[in-house]
Design a protein around this ligand. Structure first.
Ligand code: NAP
Length: 274
């Protein structure tokens, strides 16, 4: 069974399945296979254009709805109050569910102030469209501002995190605020699989470089959401709770960080924490 991470009343399975780029039958099949092998946490978004298939995969799996933690996200172009409400209703209708477990702002708006959409996020929680609310791609400053506006607890910040990117300041700030941290691109879109250090450390534990990257994040207290449609990799990514990296290995992996380590940096991105 996957351990749970607690944050402001939410209990989030410590690893999840990322679903970006998974489409059609592959998405349905992958979601269903993942749940049947023990995953209990799914990450989707309006932007991924696969909420219908994620919902279908859940139903095909036969795993009861209340055993699965489902996250979806509102796009930064849907943050005006009327658009926000429509976007959430549309997500739930595509998923075929009355509510999700976690609703996130996918990216902070480059145009609107937080006061224009954080209240709508809180309202979605009060309307029982989601059990919990949170954000993604928020910097320390944006988190501080959002928390001043929110009248419901924010439980999570979803951020890019893998050994090639130094997110130590943001991670420390999220922890101080009691937020769970979900790690996207946790295997650097496959790039960490090519890192010799991770392979070498993995070999000592009978694990792959990708599994070492996931384990490193877990031991830092983060919740990785790796994505794959390959059944072997799917299984590998779940099998990261039966070994432990020692302090020396944790420190050596941290040396992989580099200034150009960020992978996801679209035009709407905020000014990142240095
Ligand atoms: N909030 C945001 O702004 C945001 C941004 C990006 C992503 N996300 C979320 O985070 C999830 C994960 O990020 P991601 O999909 O960008 O990147 P990722 O999970 O770091 O990498 C996916 C790539 O890694 C490969 N892979 C998976 N498991 C592997 C293993 N055990 N060994 C070797 N290679 C492996 C996959 O290969 P195959 O192609 O062979 O399966 C795929 O090419 C997304 O799916 C999405 O749900 C959120």
């Amino acid at each position: 069974m996957v351990p749970l991470i607690e944050a402001h009343g939410a209990r989030i399975p410590a690893i999840g399945l990322g679903t970006m780029t998974l489409k059609g039958g592959v998405c349905i099949q992958t979601v269903s296979a993942a749940l049947q092998m023990g995953y209990r946490h799914l990450d989707t978004a309006t932007f991924y254009d696969n909420e219908r298939e994620v919902g279908e995969g859940l139903r095909v799996s036969g795993i009861p709805r209340d055993e699965v933690f489902i996250t979806t996200k509102v796009r930064h172009v849907d943050l005006k109050p009327d658009d926000f409400e429509r976007a959430v209703e549309n997500s739930l209708s595509l998923l075929g569910l009355p509510s999700v477990d976690l609703l996130l702002i996918h990216w902070p708006s480059p145009d609107l102030p937080l006061s224009a959409y954080i209240p709508a996020l809180c309202k979605a929680k009060r309307a029982a469209q989601t059990k919990h609310i949170g954000v993604a791609n928020f910097t320390i400053q944006l988190l501080d501002e959002a928390l001043k506006i929110a009248d419901e607890p924010l439980v999570s910040n979803q951020i890019e995190a893998h050994p090639m990117l130094d997110q130590s300041k943001l991670i420390a700030a999220c922890k101080k605020l009691g937020l769970a941290i979900t790690a996207y691109c946790p295997i650097g879109r496959g790039k960490v699989a090519a890192a010799e250090v991770l392979d070498r450390i993995g070999a000592k534990h009978g694990k792959s470089g990708a599994q070492v990257s996931l384990r490193w994040l877990i031991q830092l207290g983060l919740i990785p959401i790796p994505r794959t449609s390959n059944p072997d990799k799917l299984k590998q990514n779940l099998n990261v709770f039966d070994f432990e990296l020692n302090a020396g290995e944790m420190a050596e992996i941290a040396t992989l960080k580099r200034p150009d380590g960020r992978i996801v940096n679209p035009p709407q991105a905020p000014k990142w924490d240095s």
